[in-house]
Ligand binder design. Structure first.
Ligand code: GRF
Length: 218
């Protein structure tokens, strides 16, 4: 397919969401190609997985920038530009971003967070969901804005919280939903169907119940 958007996936760890995106992008009619996987950690397991699939990888080790977050981001951005990247997908990229990178990629950078935003921003979302006794938990794909885990929501997936759940069992159920909604959300963004309108994301053609902007898993 011509005009596939060139995507960079930014990771810090095992890269299971990255794998779900790579696998979706193998479909010939998918509107994006994963052109680059970049990590701030040389030891991130996802780098090897991407490399094994013949995808270009890069490392910008944040520790070499000694706390200068913007200098780190400038180095990341230079690589994104050099590779002709058009969309940036954060998939377990464990760095707080400065306004510099957020503004460089405004409305062209998306993130996945393992909770139903705006609930449970930040870390340890599954433990906190269990502590609060919520009955539904899940994951959210959103455009990245200056605030952490904030920005217009593209897609959400919900899972029931079971009495027997531990943080690990809940995390596994949420992760499975992440792997379904992230490729769908990227598809909507790369095809230009999902557009930011103020605080909301409008899907061109309107949202039908069958639209892939939400998912409720059994
Ligand atoms: C996922 O739970 C994602 O929601 C969060 O970090 C985790 C990354 O997992 N932002 P993986 O590296 O994609 O397996």
């Amino acid at each position: 397919m011509n005009g596939r958007k060139k995507v960079a996936v930014l990771i810090s760890g095992r890269g299971s969401n990255m794998m779900s995106l790579i696998s979706a992008a193998m479909a010939p009619d998918y509107p994006a190609e994963i052109a680059l996987v970049l990590s701030n950690k040389p030891e991130a397991g996802g780098l090897q997985r991407a490399d094994d699939l013949g995808i270009k990888t890069a490392v910008v080790d944040h520790r070499e920038y000694k706390g200068d977050r913007e200098a780190f981001e400038r180095a990341v951005n230079a690589i994104l530009r050099d590779n002709g990247i058009e969309l940036v997908v954060l998939a377990g990229f464990m760095r707080l971003l400065t306004p510099y990178l957020v503004n460089e990629w405004r409305e062209r950078m998306i993130n996945i967070h393992p909770a139903l935003l705006p609930s449970f921003k930040g870390l340890n979302t599954h433990e906190r969901a269990l502590d609060e006794g919520v009955k539904l938990h899940g994951a959210t794909v959103h455009f990245v804005s200056a605030e952490m885990d904030d920005g217009p929501i593209i897609a959400q997936g919900a899972v029931p919280v079971l009495d027997s759940d531990t943080p690990d069992s809940l995390a596994a159920r949420v992760l499975s939903v992440e792997h379904q909604i992230y490729p769908r959300a990227l598809e909507l963004v790369a095809s230009g169907k999902a557009r930011v309108k103020g605080q909301r994301v409008a899907i061109s053609g309107g949202s039908e119940p069958s639209d892939p902007t939400f998912l409720i898993a059994p």
